[in-house]
Design a binder for this molecule. Structure first.
Ligand code: HPA
Length: 277
């Protein structure tokens, strides 16, 4: 929570100062771990882990599958700060809260942001369990995190979005995956508010407007990161299919279970990728 007279900029600085006083790690990469994908945290040589409730000013995560901890340490030798559990719009947070940690991470010194998520595949070539690297997104959230007074300290009023996902990192991800013998898809992610999954007609619409997958996160965080000039890299685990003829009932438990199965591969790709550049 913010104190009553505090501005958003002051709040972000206050949280960053609090965190910097508690770790010697100087993170160069920020990582946000999605639903069922928190296992990457086990690969981090952790110096400090802070539950979100213990970070004054931080929002608090509530949803199952999102334990809610900030880890400082090294991943494959690279200093990182990793969010185990993110804040979703569907939980009731407004866009400022959803994206606040990304702004804090920028003040901690990160130079790029990695994100993972679970999503529904709408490309008919997809299978459950596939991994997809995001090369673009379509923002279907009802609000934009940059709406309102611009934080001039962080970025411009009208930020460019011509390269939302860093092309060099995407190219490297394909090389890393090939080296691991893993098939990696690439495509466009549509971000929706949720919390309900799509109807068949809504999945069909996603395909028509140019999406390959649909999920309930990532887009707000990437918008805020790009506002601050941070290169982004994001990967989806396809946990269910929104493809005509193949749509079945989907539950959060299934989404988590599929994500967990794909987690090891995703973790290996992220771990190799943070070590380059
Ligand atoms: N739709 C939206 N969000 C999701 C889905 C889906 O099918 N699967 C996992 N997250």
């Amino acid at each position: 929570m913010s104190t009553s007279s505090e501005t958003l900029w002051e709040r972000i600085q206050r949280i960053a100062d609090h965190l910097l006083a508690r770790t010697t790690v100087k993170p160069t990469t920020g990582i946000i771990l999605g639903t069922g994908l928190s296992g990457l945290a086990d690969e981090i040589e952790v110096e400090v882990s802070l539950p979100y409730e213990q970070i004054p000013g931080f929002p608090v995560s509530t949803v199952e599958g999102h334990p809610g901890k900030l880890h400082f340490g090294t991943l494959g030798g690279t200093p990182v700060v990793a969010m185990q559990g993110r804040f979703h719009y569907y939980e009731g947070y407004d866009m400022r809260e959803v994206t606040l940690p990304v702004r804090v991470m920028k003040l901690l010194g990160i130079e790029r942001l990695f994100l993972s998520n679970a999503s529904g595949g709408v490309d008919p070539e997809m299978e459950v369990g596939d991994l997809m690297v995001l090369n673009d997104h379509i923002d279907l959230f009802p609000d934009n995190p940059l709406r309102g007074a611009n934080l001039n300290e962080l970025g411009p009023r009208f930020p460019d979005m011509s390269e939302p996902y860093d092309k060099a990192l995407i190219a490297r991800a394909h090389k890393v995956a090939a080296g691991l013998g893993v098939e990696l898809r690439e495509g466009v992610y549509a971000g929706v508010s949720g919390p309900c999954f799509e109807t068949p007609a809504e999945y069909r619409r996603m395909r028509i407007i140019g999406a390959d997958a649909v999920g309930m996160s990532t887009v707000p965080e990437v918008i805020v990161a790009r506002h601050m000039g941070l290169p982004c890299f994001a990967m989806s685990v396809i946990t269910d299919l929104g493809v005509p003829g193949r749509i079945v009932e989907v539950t959060h438990e299934e989404v988590q279970a599929v994500a967990r199965k794909a987690e090891a591969t995703l973790t290996r790709i992220f771990t190799e990728l943070v070590q380059v550049g």
